[in-house]
Write a new protein. Structure first.
Lengths: 985, 306
């Protein structure tokens, strides 16, 4: 019987071949994927123990059996005893020496045969333990010929036989041996799974990874439920083999199939690292969806580490519990082997840097590959916020800025750029690029001043960077956008001076010429652009420069040369959009030279799709008929326009000119008729917004200034309005009523109100011209119908947010809100008025109201700022400014800042003396403030000035000042006369 | 004899024919019929062995010694409880009323019934029953013993607020909730509700400002809401993609948002992504239909990305 003490054996190491493959992998795929490969070998590193043998205690060396006398001197019994003792003490060398000698020296003896049979397997095991695999194989084979060999020992030796063959490089026999071991279900279950995995591994070693994967996949269902740990390792190996076999689609199927089992895997890190590799493979192949599916399934490193640590704790707990129970050594050995693998995997993974950032970046790249820039940017956003700065994060930040710019989310791009500056600062290798992108984002976001500053910062900090030249150029371009042509010229010049070899030099060169042109320096522009064309072999802006040279020539009134150049351009670039403008200019030039027919011919070549140039050409031709006094032709020309292009914004202008031709021919009635005909035709079409102008222009054909014409027009409009209403042509009725109100207003600003109130029932702010609807809403407001006015103004703004009349809308809505006591809303509307209607004549008035509201809500500072800004507002009347000064004075006096208050009061009556009532108040208030400052003499003088002004007598302040004078004179000594002063001295 | 010791004996001597179970803090449990349960005492009847004498013995135990009580299901209740989320408010009301006094007690089913009842009210008559649903959710948030139930009730409250049109409160509470939890499941739900709230706000804003693109004041506000909703819809898809159902729901929401914004290409792209990445989810069928419906861009592509 065998009573082997549990002894340690050995740990199989990766073969050299495998190491070489790993090294190659490291070189080609970087450290991350080299790690992947190494992880895969862990199951080999932690091989199974021999039957009934202990795991080695790592820190404790095998206890050597004390060497006895020379073996040569020992007899068979002693050799056997010594050999067995050594074997029990893990002293394989000692055991091998004694037992092998026994078998060689005495094995032939008949009486030793049984002992030889029993101890031959031990010699085999010793040789395996001593890594003498070649020798071991012979002993194993001999042992296995024994028909009476203990089945467990046979099982053990068959497994190690396969290992020996593998280690000896006998891959095919080894694989066969492992295959036979796996196929026989009578073998040790634990070792069978190892045999299965080694069988598959040998496929991989023989460069048959696809076969390995197929085999593993096929066998998995047979043991998955009973050996989940081995199954999870098989899955890792299968995924690895699929990758080696370059079967990414099948690898993805493994990932999809096994993803749900990840939280039961012991080597989840290996699995997920392989998934990351698979994702990267898909990314390289631009199979972005597959890459996303892979990468989405990978856990963040913290979760992986937590999971593996928990797994280690769980395994340790199980080992502790099992070690206290009998007959559990086998399970404990298995658990320890698993523990070893997991610990090694964890240890290696902890050394990996940038796992999360690499994962996130790849996922973002996959979305970027699908042109899902928002998705990519959001992934990078999360990664940048949560991950420490590293080179991958740095690159990701740059990519994120670009993604945000792709989807035109400029503020996000700016924020990302600012974060780059904060995190990486001057150390960021891409800082110059980031600054340029930030400036671009700001420019696109219409923050031109901020953009200008960032371009400048880039130039200052990175004067030699290629982006510096672009930044200088863009600074010039921004100046150009803001009509600062001198600033632009300076910047364009700097591009060539500071970066003479930059590609931007040519851009700056061309735009210098363009800037001259924009400045009206046509000769300089022409000269510069001509030189530009000569400076480059194939100029980037050749077409544009040639055209601009021709335009400059035209602008210099060199018509013959301009015609030649423009025609040459049209010949060289037929069909180009510039050719329409060129034909228009040729027409102008010909007419300038008196070449009428040629001019007309040129105008006729302008294509309708160019719209603006086409209409310009049409009207210029019409104007030429006028100058030529060819009135019928002129009329015919504009009638054709009205008929052919009724939707044109210039329709009323054309109608006007038709009417003009009739007036010239002394046929005012026919002039009116063309207006009415057009109105009849298009007057009820709400989309024909030009009808508003046509209605407004009616008075021009009704003897302007004549009462008779006015009455006739009013009658005609009333009839039209009534008929249109009866026919439910409400847009026409509305327009007629509005036009009627315009005519009525000639008699006074409020005369048209009744008419406007009458047509309110037809107003539809959605479709009707705001010019009309605002007038109607204003009439409602003036008549005190706040509710309707509010609804109308609100809806007009809703449907026409950019209407030029929005100043009236905001003012009216502010007034209504103030009237309703909704101060916050009123302030909101007045503030919007300020922002959007800076050029409005009502600005001063609105600011006064706004200041009052600020005062009413205790916001004195905002009130004063608003009043101060009113003083600087162009177009504010003197009366308003005087009132503002008084209120500023009162505001400061109210805050007990009398020193400031007196300045405003004095400024009022010094600068705006004609406003008597305000002057009286200012004098009085100043006197009061001076008294508060205990400047009684100055106060007295102020009151005396007030009472000295006759024009202030009607006001209450006059008697009050007189009273204060009497009182103050009692305490303030009289100023000595100059003569008295000298005498006193 | 000390009560615990007494109960300990009972535990070993009584059979399990009864159906409520009292779990003591000592770790022992007792099958019985609970006759009365207050915050101070538990009255219960011991059920005798099936024998000729029959009968019961009434006992009382201080509530302080009880860990929790597991009430047995009433006849037919178990099957109903399993399907409570599909039940009508009429069916659920009586159960909610029945269990309400035990809402604060560990392992009580009251909150589960309450949540289902309020959800049914909201589903059936949102306009009328919204306020009632809100008060039920509030009651559960205030009294329920289970953190999971409270989390569900908070989600229910947010949905109710949205149904009642109180988007402002819903948004504020959702943000607060999101900042207070690290539970991905709850965060996903809250972010989805925030996205829905923003989508609703977007619709309202665009209805009020149909020409928002021309309005310099409204356009930035609109874009902020639009982008916030989009980012929130995409969140589970980008960061919790293995929760396929909610990831697909978010992606479908993003596609719907893009469609509303007139960005047909973006909507199509997202339906396409959904079909490729989450083909097995309940949202895939609708995505397929929508993708086919919008099979060609109805508007010319522009350089204006979302």
């Amino acid at each position: 019987m065998h009573h082997f003490r549990q002894v340690s054996l050995f740990r199989l190491r990766p073969t050299e071949d495998f190491c070489l493959v790993s090294a190659g992998f490291l070189l080609t795929h970087g450290p991350m994927f080299g790690f992947t490969k190494l992880l895969l070998l862990l199951w080999l590193i932690a091989g199974p123990p021999l039957l009934g043998q202990d795991e080695p205690e790592p820190a404790v060396a095998p206890a050597p059996v004390p060497t006895g006398p020379d073996l040569e001197a020992e007899g068979p019994a002693q050799l056997l005893e010594r050999g067995r003792a050594a074997f029990a003490a893990n002293d394989f060398a000692g055991a091998e020496g004694a037992l092998e000698k026994f078998i060689i020296d005495y094995g032939a003896a008949e009486e030793a045969k049984e002992a030889v049979r029993l101890h031959r397997p031990l010699v085999a095991i010793c040789k395996v333990g001593l890594k003498k695999f070649d020798e071991a194989l012979k002993w194993i084979d001999e042992s296995l010929t024994d028909p009476k060999i203990d089945p467990e020992l046979s099982d053990e030796l068959r497994f190690w036989r396969a290992i020996c063959l593998m280690t000896a490089g006998e891959l095919v026999p080894a694989q066969r041996a492992f295959g036979e071991y796996w196929a026989n279900e009578g073998h040790n279950a634990f070792k069978r799974y190892e045999a299965l995995l080694l069988f598959a591994t040998l496929y991989i070693q023989q460069d048959f990874p696809a076969e390995a994967a197929d085999f593993l996949e096929e066998q998995l269902s047979k043991y998955r439920d009973i050996a989940p740990e081995a199954a999870s390792r098989a899955v890792v190996l299968e995924l690895y083999a699929r990758l080696q076999a370059e079967q990414p689609d099948k690898a993805l199927a493994v990932l999809r199939r096994e993803h749900g089992n990840m939280d039961r895997m012991t080597q989840v890190i290996s699995f997920q690292t392989l998934a990351l590799q698979l994702g990267a493979t898909f990314l390289e192949k631009e199979q972005f969806y597959d890459a996303i599916i892979c990468l989405q399934r990978i856990w963040p490193s913290a979760r992986l580490l937590d999971y593996q640590k928990a797994k280690i704790a769980e395994i340790n707990d199980r080992i502790t519990v099992l070690e206290q129970r009998p007959n559990t050594q086998g399970i404990v050995f298995q658990l320890k082997a698993i523990l070893k693998r997991v610990e090694r995997e964890l240890e290696n993974f902890e050394a990996v840097e940038n796992f999360d950032s690499a994962l996130r970046l790849r996922l973002a790249m996959a979305y970027q590959g699908l042109e899902r820039y928002t998705e990519a940017a959001l992934i990078m956003e999360e990664m940048l916020v949560t991950m420490p700065a590293d080179p991958i994060v740095e690159k990701a930040t740059l990519a994120q800025i670009q993604c945000w710019m792709e989807v035109r989310r400029w503020p996000m791009a700016v924020t990302a750029a600012e974060r780059y500056e904060d995190v990486f600062g001057a150390d960021g290798p891409s800082l110059a690029t980031v600054l340029f992108l930030k400036a671009e984002a700001l420019r696109e976001d219409q923050q031109l001043n901020a953009a200008q500053l960032v371009y400048g910062e880039l130039v200052d900090r990175f004067p030699s960077d290629p982006f510096a030249a672009k930044a200088i150029f863009m600074q010039g371009f921004l100046y150009l956008q803001q009509d600062d042509n001198d600033g632009a010229l300076y910047q364009f010049d700097q591009v060539g001076r500071q970066h003479p070899k930059s590609g931007m030099v040519e851009d700056a060169d061309y735009w210098t010429g363009m800037t001259h042109s924009f400045s009206g320096l046509y000769a300089e522009a022409r000269e510069h652009l001509t030189a530009y064309l000569n400076r480059y072999d194939s100029p980037k802006y050749r077409k544009e420069a040639i055209f601009r040279i021709a335009v400059c020539t035209f602008s210099l009134a060199e018509y013959d040369e301009a015609i030649r150049l423009l025609e040459a351009f049209n010949t060289a670039f037929p069909g180009d959009p510039f050719t329409d403008e060129a034909y228009l200019l040729i027409g102008d030039a010909c007419l300038g030279d008196g070449r009428i027919e040629e001019g007309f011919a040129a105008y006729e070549k302008v294509r309708p799709e160019s719209v603006r140039f086409f209409e310009d050409a049409w009207f210029k031709k019409g104007n030429a008929y006028k100058l030529l006094e060819e009135v019928p032709k002129m009329r015919e020309h504009f009638e054709a326009f009205v008929t052919t292009y009724p939707a044109s914004a210039r329709l009323p202008e054309a109608v006007y000119w038709i009417g003009w031709t009739h007036t010239q021919e002394d046929e005012p009635e026919r002039a009116r008729r063309i207006y009415w005909e057009t109105i009849e035709k298009h007057g009820n079409d709400p989309d024909m917004s030009t009808m508003t102008d046509l209605f407004a222009g009616l008075s021009k054909v009704y003897l302007p200034g004549s009462e008779e014409g006015r009455e006739e027009l009013l009658t005609r409009l009333q009839i039209l309005k009534g008929r249109a209403a009866a026919e439910k042509q409400y847009t026409l009725a509305l327009r007629a009523g509005w036009a009627k109100s315009l005519v009525q207003e000639e008699g006074g600003p409020r005369s048209g109100r009744t008419e406007l109130l009458d047509i309110v029932k037809w107003v539809d702010p959605k479709v009707h011209d705001p010019v009309i609807t605002i007038a109607v809403a204003g009439a409602m407001l003036e008549s005190g119908n706040l509710l309707t006015a509010k609804e109308l103004f609100t809806n007009i703004r809703k449907w026409h947010p950019r209407t030029p009349g929005r100043d009236r809308i905001y003012q009216a809505l502010g007034d209504i809100a103030a009237e309703e006591g909704d101060t916050a809303k009123a302030i909101g509307f007045y503030t919007r008025f300020e922002r959007e209607s800076a050029a409005s004549l009502q600005l001063g008035e609105v600011r006064l109201k706004l200041a009052s509201l600020y005062d009413a809500t205790g916001k004195s500072r905002e009130a004063r700022e608003t009043l101060e800004s009113t003083l600087e507002t162009a177009g504010v009347t003197a009366a308003t400014k005087a009132e503002v000064l008084l209120r500023l004075g009162h505001s400061h006096a109210g805050s007990d800042d009398h020193a400031k208050a007196i300045v405003y009061f004095e400024r009022l009556y010094v600068a705006y003396g004609k406003f008597a009532e305000l002057n009286a108040k200012a004098y009085w208030a100043r006197g009061q403030s001076l008294e508060k400052l205990q400047l009684d003499r100055e106060a007295l003088e102020t009151y005396e000035e007030l009472v000295a002004r006759e024009d202030l007598k009607p006001f209450d302040e006059f008697p009050k000042a007189a009273g204060r004078i009497v009182s103050l004179r009692r305490t303030v000594p009289a100023e000595p006369e100059p003569g008295q002063k000298e005498a006193a001295l | 004899m000390r009560i615990a010791a007494f109960l300990s004996i009972l535990v070993t001597t009584t059979t399990l024919t009864a159906q409520d179970i009292i779990y003591l803090k000592t770790g022992e449990s007792l099958a019985c019929r609970v006759d009365a349960l207050t915050d101070n005492i538990v009255n219960f009847s011991l059920l005798s062995n099936a024998g000729t004498a029959g009968g019961t013995a009434r006992r009382t135990v201080p509530a302080v010694q009880v860990d929790y009580v597991e009430f047995d299901f009433q006849e037919g209740e178990e099957a109903f409880f399993e399907k409570r989320n599909a039940a009508t408010s009429d069916q659920l009301k009586s159960w909610w009323d029945y269990y309400l006094p035990h809402l604060h007690r560990p392992r009580s089913r009251a909150a589960a019934y309450g949540i289902a009842f309020a959800a049914a009210l909201l589903r059936e008559i949102p306009d009328i029953a919204g306020t009632r649903a809100l008060s039920i959710f509030d009651r559960i948030i205030e009294r329920a013993w289970s953190a999971d139930d409270i989390a569900l009730a908070k989600q229910g409250r947010l949905r109710t607020l949205m149904a009642l049109g109180d988007l402002e409160t819903a948004t504020v509470e959702a943000r607060l909730l999101a900042s207070q939890t690290e539970d991905p499941g709850l965060l996903i739900e809250v972010n989805y509700l925030l996205a829905m709230a923003d989508f609703q706000k977007l619709k309202t804003l665009q209805e009020e400002h149909p020409r928002w693109e021309e309005d310099d004041e409204v356009r930035p506000e609109r874009n902020v809401i639009y982008h916030r909703a989009l980012d929130q819809f995409l969140w589970p898809h980008l960061f919790h993609a293995t929760r396929e159902e909610v990831a697909a729901r978010g992606l479908a929401g993003a596609a719907g948002l893009s469609l509303f914004a007139g960005e047909i290409d973006a909507a199509r792209a997202r339906w396409g992504d959904l079909l490729r990445l989450y083909p097995g989810t309940t949202f895939a069928t609708e995505a397929k239909t929508l993708l086919e419906t919008h099979s060609s861009p109805t508007t010319a592509p522009t350089d204006k990305a979302p």
